[in-house]
Design a binder for this molecule. Structure first.
Ligand SMILES: Nc1ncnc2c1ncn2[C@@H]1O[C@H](COP(=O)(O)OP(=O)(O)OP(=O)(O)O)[C@@H](O)[C@H]1O
Ligand SMILES: [Mg+2]
Length: 415
């Protein structure tokens, strides 16, 4: 089982923007139609019901006058996703975001990833406006720009209850920022792998629900988005948690528009995160939706075991979670060894066995043997309803009607 693969996401580095005095210039460029006017590479034909003006402005701002043909191609590819509803992401000025985050003060810092720091803030009206997370691009260069563009365009066009909502972006002067809906419970990593002292571990039923929500997010990307999207960076820190532990996928900077026509894969530079990426992708650069299914398997194994995909603080034979799990998957008597000790045995035995079976299928080395994510969703459905109910709060009871049901209706309406 499982060869390990090997590429750290977000190579980091780069200059970064200072916290300078806010500029009052508007983020929207004045040349809002220049890119769409390129004669050699016109924008793809668009569904008239979709308002793209913000996005055209964004693309103009970032690549309109630059020489980056590749960025333009990336933008074109993504803008083919014309099925989404009205684009609600809007351009923010630096001054607005400066105000919202209290001047990007250290106390507002939520964390820092490879992209740059993320600040908590609130949009007007003061004290009642929506809470936001503002991510500052802290890197110069082509890769940072590409990720910014991909994330902004993808999240503007993709809408689903299990994807984080992008409220807008800032391209004021040299600033590159993304503004998201604030996720009050942080990331799955915070609750599963980085537990501060005193925080209760996630109950089994909550774990299954988070896994199911994340799988539904992937299912939307693979099966509903048109063209399909390969997420490429599925990991615990990118699964944010809304109220009621609703999983919301974030960080689309590495996402790829999937293969079209008869093609079964896209060839690409290997990017992703060490410990999560599929062996065939790491070896060949051939990316398919099955690469995401493998990464899902790794995260699901983290959810079950409470162990990190890669943990060099453990003894050497336990550094790599998938390799550690391999022999245990083959022996039913060892299944209980794999349950997170923090659960203190409070899980349904049948549910554990089924969850491990799903994880093992997703982690098959032969990508063609892995289940489609829609099958995983179905299996998890069964597990959350029938087999996962041991000892957890039924979140749906607290939340009222399941918004996923609502989304189903919305999707149907759009189809
Ligand atoms: N919308 C949000 N609401 C609340 N917290 C957020 C939001 N977006 C990001 N965060 C928090 O900000 C921190 C940094 O996130 P970021 O995505 O930049 O990095 P990461 O996921 O930790 O690492 P990587 O760069 O490898 O993806 C994380 O702790 C994350 O939980
Ligand atoms: Mg992240």
């Amino acid at each position: 089982m499982g060869i390990l693969c090997c590429f750290q996401s977000h190579a980091g580095g780069g200059g970064g923007h200072g916290q300078d005095v806010p500029s009052s210039s508007a983020a929207s460029p004045s040349s809002a139609t220049s890119w769409s006017g390129h004669k050699d590479r016109p924008l793809p034909e668009r569904n008239n019901s979709v308002d793209y003006s913000n996005l055209v402005a964004l693309v103009n701002e970032i690549v309109g006058d630059s020489v980056s043909y590749r960025h333009k191609r990336v933008a074109e590819e993504i803008l083919k996703m014309g099925k989404a509803g009205k684009v609600t992401a809007r351009a923010f000025t630096y001054a607005e975001l400066f105000e919202a985050t209290g001047g990007f003060r250290p106390e507002s810092l939520l964390g820092e990833g490879g992209f740059g720091p993320v600040y908590r803030g609130r949009l007007p009206p003061k004290s009642t406006g929506p809470e936001v997370a503002v991510k500052q691009l802290d890197r110069n260069g082509m890769q940072g720009t590409r990720e910014f563009l991909v994330e902004a365009l993808m999240l503007s066009l993709l809408k689903h209850p299990h994807l984080v909502t992008l409220l807008g972006f800032c391209t004021d002067a040299d600033h590159r920022m993304l503004v998201y809906e604030y996720m009050p419970l942080g990331s799955l990593e915070d609750h599963l792998l980085d537990l501060p002292p005193g925080r209760a571990p996630l109950e089994w039923a909550t774990r299954m629900r988070v896994a199911q929500g994340a799988a539904r997010g992937l299912e939307y990307l693979h099966d509903t988005a048109q063209p399909p999207v390969i997420y490429r960076d599925f990991k615990a820190s990118n699964i944010l948690l809304d109220t009621g532990f609703r999983a919301r996928l974030s960080d689309f900077g590495l996402a790829k528009v999937g293969p079209s026509g008869d093609k079964t894969h896209v060839s690409t530079r290997v990017m992703g995160t060490y410990g999560y990426c599929a062996p065939e992708y790491a070896l060949t650069g051939k990316l398919t939706t099955m690469s995401d299914v493998y990464s899902f398997g790794v995260v699901f194994l983290e959810i079950i075991t409470g162990r990190r995909a890669i943990d060099t603080t453990r003894p050497p034979d336990q550094h790599n979670l998938v390799l550690w799990a391999g022999p245990r998957f083959k022996n039913k008597r060892r299944f209980a060894e794999m349950a997170d000790p923090m659960l203190q045995g409070d899980y349904p035995t049948k549910g554990l066995h089924q969850a491990l079976a799903i994880a093992a299928m997703c982690l098959q080395e032969d990508a063609t043997m892995r289940p489609a994510i829609s099958d995983v969703v179905t299996a998890l459905e069964y597990l959350t309803v029938a087999g996962g109910g041991g000892g957890g709060t039924d979140i749906d009871d607290e939340q009222g009607p399941d918004p996923d049901e609502q989304q189903q209706t919305d999707d149907d309406a759009q189809a």
